[in-house]
Design a protein around this ligand. Structure first.
Ligand SMILES: Cc1cc2nc3c(=O)[nH]c(=O)nc-3n(C[C@H](O)[C@H](O)[C@H](O)COP(=O)(O)OP(=O)(O)OC[C@H]3O[C@@H](n4cnc5c(N)ncnc54)[C@H](O)[C@@H]3O)c2cc1C
Length: 462
């Protein structure tokens, strides 16, 4: 049995920032991070586009698991805002949440992000143009690290942390047990004993988290999934927005269904990529700070949120089924020209090849209307026409749509104001809590809990 003061499950941003902050406020504590995936340096997805073009379902997914978590190869956009990215503020208050997100930003800057840019949507002329056209621009500061600098920051953080805490990679936590008010964690390797347990298992750990919440009787709350497409167009169409804001988070309420559609994860001069969630291939996007890696296209997602109520409980299952349908028809992600979609035609290899836009992801030309529910597709089409008013060219025939993009959310757990469960000294943070959906919020939740553990110990000891 391995004994620790604090055991952290998961080395994503939530776990990393819990460990980092503990090393600052309570360096005397013995801390372990137990991580299912690999060290950062060993994380390499085998899809090379030539020999391996499709997911081969590796034992641990290099994209989702390992040091850095799901965000390790992400675009590294740290959105400092309470407007999106999670509802951490509902637990710790808006002021505290922003303060912690700014603190996380300062650590990222210190560990390699010093040359990166902090964008802001405050008092932007784009906001006015949005309002004039029925669109709403959400307010945020955005630190864009880029995939390359994000990797560098993580490398530097690992270098710092590995001297202060114990890492156990390729170690899957199977079960969390409460024993005499403390915790035992059964893993694929050893059993760990700890006084404080912080779970930050992310989205990839969502199914496991459901089991833990049942074992330890942690009550659950709501149930949501976001569905949509990734849009790719010439970067010139959005340059006036991305040059100023980097990422415009724009929300629109459709006139037909009164649904909210939002832009998500905007990647100026970026690439569209495959994402593998539980063996299902969906779509996502990346961009790079390095001008040599940039493309002529900008991409972003258009997403519609579906909230389900009782008796339906499996919102992720609903999203998975739609993504599976696209995989069934296209062998993976489907690509379609906006003009083809509007005219009720499938896209073909020839039409895509003769387009003026070169797709940055190899996907199967097809018909998204055979995959997406009508309501969601109608919402997306209406949003594209709305965006065309502030970024003319968005609704061009040539605009490419990749489907499907799905954002799975974890079942939200019932946590108190300190992100503590109904089991004392058991905390659930980051995306697996259902409270956060972003790098900033997940990281900030880790800092918050680390400081709270220190306060509790001081209270007990003092
Ligand atoms: C391709 C991509 C791009 C993204 N881009 C952005 C972006 O630009 N900006 C943004 O704000 N967000 C982005 N996100 C979302 C962001 O990555 C997540 O919100 C964030 O990583 C959540 O952090 P976390 O620590 O909660 O979980 P994760 O980062 O998912 O980390 C959880 C870790 O726990 C491990 N784990 C799970 N179960 C177990 C277990 N049973 N035992 C041991 N270990 C376990 C996993 O292997 C994983 O490494 C992106 C996500 C993806 C996939």
């Amino acid at each position: 049995m391995k004994n620790y003061d604090v055991a952290i499950v998961g080395a994503g941003p939530g776990g990393i920032f819990t460990a980092y902050e503990l090393s600052i406020v309570a360096p005397e504590l013995k801390v372990a991070i137990i991580e299912y995936g690999n060290k950062l340096i060993r994380r390499k997805c085998p899809i090379d586009g030539e020999n391996i073009t499709k997911c081969i379902n590796c034992e641990t997914c290099a994209i989702m698991n390992g040091f850095g978590g799901a965000g390790a190869f992400s675009d590294g956009k740290y959105n400092i805002t309470n407007d999106f990215g999670g509802t951490l503020f509902e637990h710790i208050g808006k002021k505290k949440a922003l303060e912690l997100m700014n603190y996380v930003d300062s650590i990222n800057v210190e560990y390699g992000g010093e040359k990166t840019k902090l964008y802001s949507t405050a008092s932007s002329a784009i906001r006015t143009k949005c309002i004039q056209n029925g669109l709403h621009l959400l307010e945020a500061k955005v630190r864009h690290l880029g995939t390359d600098i994000n990797y560098e920051v993580l490398t530097n953080l690992y270098e710092y942390l590995s001297k202060r805490i114990d890492f156990y990679f390729r170690t899957e936590v199977k079960e969390v047990r409460k024993v005499d008010g403390e915790y035992e964690l059964d893993t694929s390797e050893d059993t760990f004993h700890c006084r404080f347990c912080v779970i930050s298992a992310g989205r990839s750990g969502s199914k496991w988290m459901e089991k833990v919440s049942e074992d330890l009787q942690i009550p659950k709350m709501s149930n949501r999934v976001d569905l949509g497409v990734r849009v790719e167009l010439p970067c010139e169409v959005f340059n006036h927005i991305t040059d100023e804001l980097y990422e415009g988070k724009i929300v629109y309420r459709t006139s037909k269904y009164q649904d909210r559609v939002r832009t998500f994860c905007m990647n100026p001069k970026g690439i569209v990529v495959n994402e593998n969630t539980n063996g299902i291939i969906t779509v996502n996007g990346h961009s790079y700070e390095d001008p040599n890696k940039q493309t002529e296209n900008t991409n972003f997602a258009l997403l519609v949120s579906k909230h389900f109520t009782e008796p339906f409980k499996d919102s992720n299952g609903y999203g998975e089924s739609i993504a599976r349908l696209s995989n069934m028809l296209g062998g993976g992600v489907i690509i379609q020209r906006f003009g083809d979609l509007i005219r009720g035609k499938r896209s073909t290899v020839e039409r895509i090849e003769h387009s003026f836009i070169t797709p940055t992801l190899k996907a199967t030309p097809g018909d998204l209307s055979l995959v997406m529910p009508k309501r969601i597709l109608d919402d997306i089409i209406e949003m594209i026409y709305a965006l065309d008013k502030i970024a003319p060219g968005t609704a061009n025939d040539e605009t490419l749509l990749y489907g499907v993009e799905v954002k799975f959310y974890n079942m939200e757990l019932m946590l108190d104001q300190n992100l503590e469960t109904n089991n004392r000294n058991l905390f659930v943070i980051g995306d697996c809590s259902g409270v956060t959906h972003s790098l900033s919020h997940a990281s900030a939740s880790g800092v918050y809990v680390a400081r709270f553990i220190k306060e509790r110990l001081d209270g007990l000891n003092g």
